[in-house]
Design a protein around this ligand. Sequence first.
Ligand code: ATP
Ligand code: MG
Length: 365
Amino acid sequence: MATHKLLLLPGDGIGVEVMAEVKRLVAFLDKSGLAAFEIEEDLVGGSAYDAHGVAITDAAMDRAQAADAVIFGAVGGPKWADVPYAARPEAGLLRLRKELGLFANLRPAVCYPALADASSLKRELVEGLDIMIVRELTGGVYFGEPKEIVTLENGQKRAVDTQVYSTFEIERIARVAFELAKARRNKVTSSEKHNVMKSGVLWKQVVTALHKAEYPAVALEHMLADNCGMQLVRTPKQFDVIVCDNLFGDMLSDVAAMLTGSLGMLPSASLGAPDAKTGKRKAMYEPVHGSAPDIAGKGLANPIATLASVGMALRYSFGLSEAADRLDGAIASVLGQGLRTKDIAGPGTNAVSTTEMGTAIVEAM
Ligand code: ATP
Ligand code: MG
């Protein structure tokens, strides 16, 4: 069996606590023969600043470049509020994203039946929900130039942000969406606003052309982004894979997240371009939540977002879908038995600790 190189970057706050559960899971996968790993660990964020004066060292970046996948915890906290801007904890995350070229952000919104009542929608609308939002992460209005606030002659100010997308950026993100859909329910919804934005016109053209040329067997629909937001809170189960630009993806993935319950449940993956020789993609997997300083060190953190992120690594970086399915099944089963960390425990329900949840999931596997 191939050995997979995994770099663990726990970071700060609850990142450290949830990563301890990742180690438990990985050790189990290794021992049970479901997967073989070579594990490394390094510092990122405030903990890297404390040790080295930077948010991530060049040596840690080299390890990230050499790894088959990076598992990232969370960074930041009040302790580092006054560190120099270039060394702030978040700079570590941004450097990883930039230097690994992680242009595709995958955020699944999965609603476990046992938690359907925690959704902002009625149970029947979300029970069994399984959506994948594919957000372009390195282009669009977040990075387009010019980007400035200028003062005009009459004293008024004018702010400019620029949305820029070129064919190759749209094509590579659309390709990720079509490939994912093939292994899911075979449907892609491409979301933009071609009625008011030129980037939306090009987006629609490029996605349509790629679909025709390479993915005719996948069902493709185009949906204006505002309508997509509305449809997500009306009948979310109509979607399989949604692909969109950086800004719409930011909003639509947060909308989808609220359909499923707690921040502590949401995993994510960020993927780079496939290597020309090996076809392997650089990849980083992380929970959607942050370092949660308010609950750090108390054993209250829900480890499921991070464990499910490892599940995404098993599926998308290592091709170990059987192990990934077992992990998903174990999470569903433990939730089904009523085990809850504090964030997902209803009033009057006893909550278990981070370690108890992690242990129960590994045992269920
Ligand atoms: P960031 O800026 O890093 O995204 P944030 O301010 O958005 O951070 P988070 O750190 O994500 O905030 O946490 C928001 C709140 O959600 C926390 O105060 C915490 O109570 C709760 N929370 C986040 N993650 C978890 C988790 N894994 N388990 C339980 N509660 C969590
Ligand atoms: Mg946040």
